[in-house]
Design a binder for this molecule. Structure first.
Ligand code: GLU
Length: 448
């Protein structure tokens, strides 16, 4: 079965899972030159195999809110592929979570994790639980209940969850505590643990910092630097605020962050004092808009930042946050680089538009791989029970991001996707990630 027939099959079978179909098509449409060079992939039906997860575990979570009322949520773990290592990927708590969203995230995670060059397979999990407005006790009870069920299906060598939207250090700690309590085992079954009880230094910063390291590599190829560049960041979570922080550390000017309520714009840029304030504000679930009273700037209620002029965009909020109209505004407002901090933040039409205008584009599975890469370093530190310094991890992260950049760029060249100096990072990273997984699957025969 050819790739185009395989896409058709996925489109028909999973018409009710639009995010998953979108993620599959993005990969499928870029790996044709690799397929042509490797007839064994078609023979072994690698693509057809990879679009079906190894398994999906679905479960119910009962928990009690502060009023003593019984609450019922749904939870899933999508164990997509362990061709290259234990299933690895975050857990998302958000009301939009469903099988389509988790399958798209799990599918992308396979190739992202392969790109890191570290021994991790791909998986993703989560629940439709909405953490917004919940008390700390409610979050704790929910996390305990979630892990009470999930612990049957995860372990340090089999499947290692971590954080994602709605799941940070606090939630990972609660889940880790429940796993430890049920299994009597202290192991690296989750990453993103607190530093001091198994967590790695720099895990919190890694996704945002890594995206900016990737950007530095892209700029270098074009003989440019981040210094003085105006950077539009969306989101106000872990990825966004650390991306903004690294931009500022390297002499760029991060001028926006955003949340579901609107966009905060500071034309003077967020320096460390402002970023520390933003982190604290978000930790306490307080409004971003309060910033204006303290530091000035502007608050655009209900708006995204794309009407603002800038040089670089780092969309780091959530999937499909940038549609075609947003992409048009970006191009009109001078954006020359788009680096995805979030997973699949651009719709297919938005990607087409910026690529047509030769905006340099780094897809999430390459640009935001720093987070899961440091998770893999956390796993290895847990295994040897020894910890590395901040500087050691930072150096590893920089090298990993450079390797991902360079291998994607050289695959773009090798498979004739580079057009007059415009590197196709999307094709390049899909090709590199896919090839690593496909070669392992061919070697295994028809298992997996
Ligand atoms: N949720 C993050 C991602 O999308 C991190 C996953 C992990 O550290 O396992 O890559």
């Amino acid at each position: 079965m050819s790739i185009s027939q395989a896409i058709e099959k996925v489109e028909t079978r999973y018409a009710h899972q639009p995010e998953f179909v979108q993620a599959v098509k993005e990969v499928a449409l870029t790996i044709a030159p690799l397929y042509d060079a490797h007839p064994e992939y078609e023979k072994n039906k690698i693509f057809e195999r990879l679009v079906e997860p190894d398994r999906i575990i679905a479960f119910r979570i009962n928990w009690e809110n502060d009023k003593g009322e019984v609450q019922v949520n749904r939870g899933w773990r999508v164990q997509f592929s362990n061709a290259l290592g234990p299933y690895k990927g975050g857990v998302r708590f958000h009301p939009t979570v469903n099988q389509s969203v988790l399958k798209f995230l799990g599918f992308e995670q396979i190739f992202k994790n392969a790109l890191t060059g570290l021994p991790i397979g791909g998986g993703k999990g989560g629940s439709d639980f909405d953490p917004k407005g919940k008390s700390d006790s409610e979050i704790r009870r929910f996390c305990y209940a979630f892990m009470r069920e999930l612990h049957h299906y995860v372990s340090k060598d089999m499947d290692v969850p971590a954080g994602d939207i709605g799941v940070g250090g606090r939630e990972v700690s609660y889940m880790f505590a429940m796993y430890k309590n049920l299994t009597h085992e202290y192991s690296g079954v989750l990453t993103g643990k607190g530093v001091g009880f198994g967590g790695s230094l720099m895990r919190t910063e890694a996704t945002g910092y890594g995206a900016v390291y990737f950007l530095e590599n892209m700029l270098k190829v074009q003989n440019e630097s981040i210094e003085g560049k105006r950077v539009l960041v969306t989101g106000a979570g872990n990825v966004s605020l650390h991306a903004a922080e690294k931009v500022n550390m390297l002499g760029g000017i991060a001028i926006t962050v955003s949340d579901s309520k609107g966009t905060l714009y500071d034309e003077n840029g967020f320096d460390q004092e402002k970023i520390d304030w933003l982190k604290k504000q978000k930790d306490q679930s307080k409004p971003l808009a309060d910033y204006v009273d303290k530091f000035g700037g502007e608050w655009f209620a209900g708006k995204k930042p794309w009407h603002i002029k800038g040089d670089i965009a780092i969309p780091s909020a959530t999937q499909n946050e940038v549609d075609e109209d947003d992409a048009k505004m970006m191009v009109d407002n001078g954006i020359k680089y788009v680096v995805e901090g979030a997973n699949m933040p651009l719709t297919a039409e938005a990607i087409d538009h910026i690529r047509e205008h030769r905006v340099h584009y780094a897809p999430g599975k390459a640009a935001n791989a720093g987070g899961v890469a440091v998770s893999a370093l956390e796993m290895s530190q847990n295994s040897v029970r020894q910890y590395k310094s901040f500087e050691q991890i930072d150096t590893r992260l920089k090298n990993i991001m450079k390797d991902i950049h360079d291998s994607a760029a050289s695959a773009s060249d090798k498979y004739n996707q580079t057009d007059n100096g415009y590197i196709d990072y999307m094709a390049g990273s899909n090709i590199v990630g896919f090839k690593r997984v496909a070669d392992a699957l061919c070697a295994y025969g028809i298992l997996n």
